[in-house]
Structure formats: C-alpha cells, structure tokens
Design a protein around this ligand. Structure first.
Ligand code: DC
Length: 677
C-alpha cells in the first residue's frame, strides 16, 4: 500500500506473469450484508479487504453481528432479521455499496422493530444522490430524515416498535440514476416478506443491469428466489426468509481485472500472455463483459473458470464506439486503452459516471488531456483520441480508486513509441477496492533498466546512509537496496562455513550463491540468510568489520554485482553503499555522497549502542570508524569516494528529516513534474 503524496511510474514497456485479483467489492459488500441479516453463521472465503468493505464490517459490528477472522476466511454471525442494537451512528466512508443497502435495511428494520440510525460518510458521499431510494422508502411508511442536503446523505432512519410497512401495493423506484437503489430494496425487503409477497417496480430505463444480476444471484444463495418480469418488476415471494448458505466464496473483482486485461492488450507482446486469476468465464459479475470490449479493441483473450489469459493482438488497438451502460465501471478502462488506439474511441451510456466517487467524465477528460489525448465530453459520453505527442503528466485522482488504476496504464507509453513517466497523485485511493494494486502492477510490469530511476546514496560507515536511504525510498514508494547488507551477509556466511576472510575464491563462491531474502510489507526491515533470520546479526559491529574485509576482494564485489543490478525494478530504487554512484549504478540520475565528521558519527554510533544496552567507548568507536574509512577508501577496487557528479551532503548538523527533505528537493529538480505542496 503506497500511502505517499505521489507515486512516479517509469515508462514500462512490457507485461507478463500472473496477477491474483482481490475479491469483488460488489459481491463482498452484498455478501456481508446478507450474512449480517441472515440467521446463523456464514463462512465467507476470499472477502475483499479494502476501505469499502472495512466500513461495512464496522457497521455490522456496531449493529451486533459477530465477526471472527480465521486466516483468509471470515465467520459472520447474523442477526436473523432481529435488531440487537436499536440506536447507532454509522460512518460509511465513500462506499455506495454500504450506504444504499444499509439505508434501506435499517429503514425497514427501524419501522417494524423500532430504532434510530444515522448514516453518514465522507464529504463526497454527501454529494452522491440517494433521493430516489428515500422516495421509495417514505411511501412504505419509513421515517427518513435528511440531515444535510435533501436527497443526499447523511440520513436518519427511525421508527417505533410494532410499526408496519405498506407493502400491499408495488414499491416504485427509479432505475435510471443508480441501480444501487433497486439493489438496496431487493436486499432489504425480504426482511418483511414473510407474511406477504413484496413487489418492486422500476421507473425509467434500468441502468447497470448486470449489478442487479449479482444481487439476484446472491439473494438466491441466501434463500430468496426473486421472480423477475423483464427489468421492470421484481417480486419477493411470500414466506421469504434469509437462510445462510453456510459457506460462500467471493470471486475476484471483474472491474479490477479490467486493468490487467487492458495491460495484456497493450503490453503482453513478449510471447507469454498475462494471466489473471480470480475471475473467468464463470463469473457472475457484469464487468466480465469488459473482455468483449477489450477484444473489440484488439486484445486476445483466453478464459476458463476463474482465470483469463491476455495477449496483445491487433496493434495499435482499434478505436471503437460503444454504449457501455452494461459495464459502467470497467468502461473507464476503455477510455485509457483509447490512448493506444489508431483513432478515436467513443464511449456512451455513461451518465452514471457523473455521480460516482467523483464526476468521472470530467475527471477522465481532464487527466487524459494532460498526457496528450484529445477529448470531447458530453452529458453521457466521452470520446478520446490518442496523443499525437505524449507528455509526462501529473495525474490527479480525485479520491477515486479507478482514476488511479486507469491512469497508471498511461505509463505503458513505450508501446506507443513514447518514453515518459506518469505521476499518480495520492495513490493510496486504490485502497477502496484494490489496496495492493501497484504492487500487483509492478509484479507483472517490465521496464527497461535504464528507464527505472535510481537514487544512489554513498558514504562512509555510520554516516546515516541507511536511515536516509530508507526514508527516501519510503517517501517515493521505491525499493531499497542496502548493499552493505550483501557484504555483511557474505561475511556472516563465511563465519558460518568457517571460510577465512582472506580466501578470495571461496568468499566469491559464497557471495555468488548468497541465499538472502529481504522482507517486504509487514516484514520490511527484516532479513533472512539461508532461511534463518539475521536482521540483528547483520547489524553487529563484528559483521561490519568482517564485511569491510570481505568487500576488499575484487572477486567478491564482482560476484555481488548482478544481484545488486537486479534490484533496479519499477517503480524505482534507492541504493545505499560505498560504490552505488561510482560502480554499480554509474548512470543514476541522482547521486548523493553523505558525510558527517568522524566525531559526529562516533557519537551517533555510541548512542545507538547504548540505546541497545551495549556498553561502548566513544574514543574506541571513533578509532574503529577511522580505520574502516581508511580501509574502504584505500582498497584497490571500488574505493569509497564520491562520484564526480555526486552532490555532497554533510549531515553533521542536520536532522534526518532535514536530510530527507534535501534529497527529495534535489530529486524533484531532476524530474519532469512540477512540485507539489
Ligand atoms: O554500509 P555498511 O556499514 O553496512 O557496510 C559494511 C561494509 O561493507 C563496509 O565496511 C564496506 C562494505 N561495503 C562496500 O564495500 N560496498 C558497498 N556498496 C557497501 C558496503
């Protein structure tokens, strides 16, 4: 998860490998609500873990449902249609899939069993319409108060125990603004269909029908067999009651799949296809039909149950004209594929884009123009013509996960003969549905090494390089290479195997086969050698001393060279050591040589050791440091010295934050993007 102000994507030329999709948002939140309303325990497998599901889970918990996690499964103990909690304030973020169905379900429950519930969200949620749903609920006898703007959340739903609902006549709801209103009623009304059948009639042309299919499909799994007449009339039979299916599996998100289907069509041209696991030919999600649209643009797709394989076919892609009413979310991805087409692409039937996480038509038009596309927008369509000249663009994401994921595909511009980076602002917005999107993308994307930015930070021992490099890497979302750890690990392996620090050939043999693993994510900062954790061992003074000796052998340095180069992967690398800027990454666009006085470094090391409870003498430490400096500087291969084009940073009197800010400012000056506050 990249919780940083921006993420710079280098130009990436290819894609191959396998992506495992996270669970579907639409299915996850429906299943959670159904499990929460049903009697008994439902075991949910492969639930999506994202912002939108987290708010739903918090709401269910506040309502008295029991939630127990067992590895990748969640056990939900449902209410059996009986309110346990009669008053609650629920914060639902920007999750339409939580706001609309919970509003309907709680309105119905409060009216019949008594209660008072307030539903609110982030400011954008309070701009997303819910009036059509409220208009359907009020004639039923539900008390729904607008706590802000009429027709928008926040809402208060209340009632006295023993109230009844006027379900004898059909309940009418508009279907042409959002299909979520109908979904909300379909999910809520089985709660009151025991004595009498309940009919819902849709006014206006129903949009996004495939989402209603998901709703009906999941209702059936929970024991509710809705009868449907066309897309106009839906009847919940008398005697309906939620029954847990026992266990249910959430399939991968078909909308999330669209980014990788598009990626395959654009960049899987090296022979192997891009494989996508989690959704496939058996999907119940409407967005799976994005595949057909992608095929019309040129993608070659094979599919089976739970998987897709995508390959570039026709190239450049073909511009298409499509009414995308049936795939409203995934259609955004087509607008970005249009960057790689041979002519304009026109997507119509997308008026609903204007009331999503942001006004997606306006947002998409503005951001595609930044990369160079020509865009025409209308009330319910967008037309995109590919760039004549690509520009490095800083992309706003409008707190909309799909904007971030879509526009990341603009970084594959080498496919269109360009080579420009793309900056994605506030990339953490992908957390709404796909928290690990960028990790998944970098897992399959291929960039030419020379296109992957490297910041080299060299300097003497105890100068604070490691801390500085880690902080800069974290801030930019880049990978980190602590090259000293490779020499330290070689030294440690030599100790384990009883190899003499003077036996160059044996040491080089060890270095070439170093079975070293660096932790990522929750494990970042931890290191394993031959499967054994060596995080603390590597930091010992004795390991540093040993490293200093083994690193003086040219054959050892040579043996570790390729391993160091392999760290240069998208989105970028911060490498720290002695020769990052001079030998390993001589073309790095930013090289920093970090120094601090020997006295200052000795004092810092002294503090570090004392903090760890290790006694130390500052004069001895200083003498050790100076001896190591001398050895590192005077050795014949890759001696410690600043690269000619390195920028010197003496941090004797700087805090870590000041040093980080200095390096980031230098980095900013080298890039094509404007500074961001
Ligand atoms: O940065 P460090 O203290 O972890 O480095 C340990 C030793 O490894 C150091 O004395 C010199 C050597 N080293 C090197 O020669 N080249 C590098 N790129 C990194 C470290």
């Amino acid at each position: 998860m990249f919780d940083i102000p921006f993420l710079d994507l280098p130009p990436m030329g290819g894609a191959s490998g396998t992506v495992r999709l996270p669970g579907s948002k639409s299915i996850s939140n429906r299943v959670l609500l159904l499990a929460g309303l049903a009697a008994g325990t439902t075991v949910v497998h492969d639930l999506l873990d994202s912002d939108d599901t987290r708010v739903m889970l918090a709401a269910l918990e506040a309502l008295g449902c029991t939630l127990e996690r067992h590895g990748r499964t969640l056990h939900v103990g449902g209410l059996g249609g009986r309110l346990k909690v009669h008053e609650a304030k629920l914060f639902l973020g920007n999750a339409g899939t939580a706001m609309r169905p919970l509003a309907a379900a709680l309105a119905v429950l409060a009216t019949t069993q008594g209660g008072r519930f307030e539903l609110s969200g982030v400011p954008r949620m309070h701009e997303r319409p819910i009036g059509d749903l409220v208009d359907a609920l009020r004639p039923l006898g539900c008390t729904v108060e607008d706590l802000g703007q009429p027709g928008y959340p926040p809402l208060r739903l209340s009632g006295q125990a023993g109230g009844t609902l006027a379900t004898e006549r059909p309940i009418r709801v508009r279907g042409d603004v959002s299909s979520q209103f109908l979904t909300a009623l379909l999910l809520a009304l089985p709660l009151v269909a025991d004595a009498r059948a309940v009919t819902i009639e849709v006014e206006g042309e129903l949009i996004s029908k495939p989402y209603i299919e998901i709703t009906l499909n999941l209702l059936a799994r929970f024991g509710i067999a809705v009868q449907r007449e066309g897309w106009q009339r839906f009847t919940i039979p008398q005697g309906s009651a939620y029954r847990t299916p026992g266990a249910i599996h959430v399939e991968g998100d078909a909308s999330s799949a669209s980014y990788f289907v598009a990626l395959g069509a654009i960049a899987a041209h090296g022979g192997a296809p891009l494989r996508i696991e989690g959704v496939g030919s058996d999907s119940i999600q409407g967005d799976i039909r994005f595949v057909e649209a992608a095929q019309a643009m040129g993608a070659q797709v094979k599919s089976g149950p739970g998987w897709l394989e995508v390959h570039r076919g026709r190239w450049p892609l073909a511009g298409i004209t499509l009414d995308a009413n049936h795939i409203p979310d995934a259609a955004m991805t087509l607008a970005v594929m249009a960057l790689y087409a041979d002519g304009p692409t026109r997507i119509s039937g997308i008026a609903s884009w204007r009331v999503k996480e942001t006004d997606r038509i306006a947002a998409m038009a503005a951001e595609l123009r930044k990369v160079g596309a020509t865009v025409i927008e209308g009330a319910d369509f967008i037309e995109v013509a590919p760039p004549a000249a690509w520009r490095a663009a800083s992309i706003r994401t409008y707190d909309d996960h799909r904007m971030a994921m879509c526009l990341s595909l603009a970084a594959f511009n080498p496919a269109a003969g360009a080579r420009v980076p793309v900056r994605i602002l506030e990339p953490q917005c992908v957390g709404k549905t796909f928290p690990d999107y960028f990790e998944a993308l970098f897992g399959v994307a291929e960039a030419a090494p020379e296109d992957v930015p490297v910041i080299a930070i060299d300097g003497p021992t105890a100068s604070g390089k490691g801390t500085l490099a880690a902080a800069v890497a974290a801030r930019l979302g880049y990978d980190l290479l602590d090259s000293g750890a490779l020499y330290r690990a070689t030294g440690l392996a030599a100790q384990w195997d009883g190899v003499s620090p003077d036996d160059e050939a044996a040491l080089a043999h060890l270095a070439a086969r170093l079975d070293l693993r660096f932790g990522h994510g929750a494990d970042s900062g931890r290191t394993w050698l031959r499967g054994r954790e060596v995080t603390d061992d590597l930091r010992l003074e004795s390991s540093g001393l040993m490293a200093s000796r083994v690193s003086a052998h040219p054959a050892v340095r040579q043996a570790l060279h390729a391993l160091q180069l392999s760290f240069r992967r998208a989105p970028g690398l911060v490498a720290d050591g002695r020769d990052m800027g001079t030998v390993v990454f001589p073309a790095a666009p930013l090289k920093v040589f970090l120094t601090a006085s020997a006295a200052e470094r000795a004092a810092r090391r002294h503090k570090q050791l004392i903090d760890k409870g290790i006694s130390a003498n500052i004069e001895d430490l200083r003498a050790d440091l100076e001896a190591r400096d001398a050895r590192d500087k005077n050795r014949s291969v890759a001696p410690l010295k600043p690269a000619e084009d390195a920028l010197l940073l003496d941090n004797s009197h700087l805090t870590i934050e000041e040093s980080v800010a200095r390096v980031l400012a230098w980095w900013q000056e080298r890039g094509p993007f404007e500074a961001h506050a």
